[in-house]
Design a protein around this ligand. Structure first.
Ligand code: R5P
Length: 312
């Protein structure tokens, strides 16, 4: 794999290192820092001419810094004559503004897609996009992986019986249905109303949860409002236990405080698509690594092998 190079921005150096461990490679030597006024400064210290380069950078918080860093790294690689540049974006930020649902609002997911393509990205590798249709915002190949396999392996080890998979809103029904099918469980759906970016309300619950071990599945936990409302509704309808499997732990604003207060939530399982800062670590938050999944996808893309079996 001497033609394969893995470069990391500063968003998630630990994940880049774990991916490299999987691939038995070292992270490419590159300086990614700042000029004194804050502009991003990048210098690739290895020859990348003609190489197949993968840049690991989730566009998590601080999203503007991390996105701009990714664009600057891609520009440096393009000007250094890399043969192919793949932006590996385990968490694709700015994705929730994916349509004009009110007058005079932007579609930031499309804007970010345009920026990445203009910078010089030749393909995108990402995990659990907020909406699958975002793939179509790009005119370059997008390999969209799912964390379902990683979660499934974890929950299978718990050997839970009488499981019901719960979608905390209509947007996550497809994801919840896939989980329910994979583990042979029932499905329940919560009718959620969003009152503001921080506040949601669970209106109704469809499905049978009485006496069951519920697993809430979602793509993002941001402020935790949706999750806490869902836990409340499940307990009200007498679920025996409540756990959550959420791909991206954005965990912003009051999220950790809400998790701490919500003792009915037995466990919140997230992936390492976003680094979990020390002050967000919590005994009921479990982090599963995406490194083997992303590493295997990178290996297959590099060798022009099919990645479709990783989509299951
Ligand atoms: C919404 O459509 C998403 O799937 C998540 O449910 C939402 O982003 C979570 O946000 P919060 O944690 O702030 O309720």
């Amino acid at each position: 794999m001497h033609n394969l190079k893995i470069i990391s921005g500063t968003a998630h150096a630990e994940l880049a290192k774990s991916i490299c461990e999987y691939l038995k490679l070292t992270v490419c030597d590159a300086y990614v820092g700042r000029f004194s006024e804050g502009e991003i400064r990048v210098k690739i210290n290895e020859n990348v001419r003609g190489k197949d380069v993968f840049v690991i950078q989730p566009t998590c918080s601080p999203p503007n810094e991390n996105l701009m860093e990714l664009l600057v790294i891609i520009d440096a690689l393009k000007r250094a004559s890399s043969a192919r540049i793949t932006a590996v974006i385990p968490y694709f930020g700015y994705a929730r503004q994916d349509r004009k649902d009110q007058p005079r609002v932007p579609i930031t997911a499309k804007l970010v897609a345009n920026l990445l393509t203009t910078a010089g990205a030749n393909r995108i590798l990402t995990v659990d996009l907020h909406a699958g249709q975002i793939q179509g915002f790009f005119d370059i190949p997008v390999d969209h992986l799912f964390a379902i396999g990683v979660f499934h392996d974890y929950f299978a080890r718990l050997k839970l019986k009488d499981i019901v998979v719960v979608s905390p809103d209509v947007g996550s029904i497809k994801m919840a249905r896939a989980y329910a099918k994979r583990i042979g469980a029932g499905l329940a759906i919560i009718d959620k109303r969003r009152e503001s970016p921080e506040k949601t309300e669970a209106m109704h619950l469809l499905g049978e949860v009485d006496g069951k071990n519920a697993i809430i599945v979602d793509d993002i936990i941001a402020t935790g409002g949706s999750l806490i409302e869902a836990v409340g509704a499940l307990k009200k309808y007498k679920a025996k236990s409540v756990r959550a499997a959420i791909s991206h732990g954005v965990l912003s604003g009051p999220a950790i405080e809400r998790v701490e207060k919500c003792k009915d939530l037995q466990e919140l399982v997230i992936t390492d698509s976003i680094p979990l800062e020390d002050h967000k670590k919590h005994p009921r938050i479990k982090v599963l690594s995406l490194a083997p999944l992303l590493g295997e996808a990178i290996r297959r893309i590099h060798h022009e092998e099919s990645v479709s079996s990783l989509f299951d």
